[in-house]
Ligand binder design. Sequence first.
Ligand SMILES: [Zn+2]
Length: 173
Amino acid sequence: MHQKLPKEIDPLRLAQNGLKLTGQLAVSGMPRLLQSLATDEGIVDVDLAFDVDEINTPFMRGKFVTTVSMTCERCMKVMKVDLNVNCLLAMVTNERKIEGLAEQYDPWLLDSSDDVLLSSVIEDELILSLPLVPRHNEACLPASDWSSADETVADDEEKVSPFAVLATLKTKK
Ligand SMILES: [Zn+2]
């Protein structure tokens, strides 16, 4: 049985009922994802199936397809990036249960019985699938424009920035 995408969901109840949800979400409604994008254009095709497996683990199988705009780190022009995400999340209500999960699952820790903002779950999966260093596949700049110095600087930035971001997050807590 297919239903339209609700704004908020109760994942455990959906799993118990074996429901499927399909629909579309605008990238412009995902502020955390937008931080990595060049524009807010893009529509995400969402396909979700909720169920309970043979050992009673509730899970969500998700497929998210979209095209977003990112800035190429080599030529600094906006480029299209196709995202095609498949996820299989097992719902756990207790961190200690994560260890016992079957291998095929990624854990989805549910804090409470509160409803979950559906777009936020999808946003997390899309963020994880973004290329760390977006670059055109083709040589977007003539080779004569690449200097070894530029490449070195770029590599340093790549190594430093994720940790710098993490450090900021930690100090905020
Ligand atoms: Zn480029």
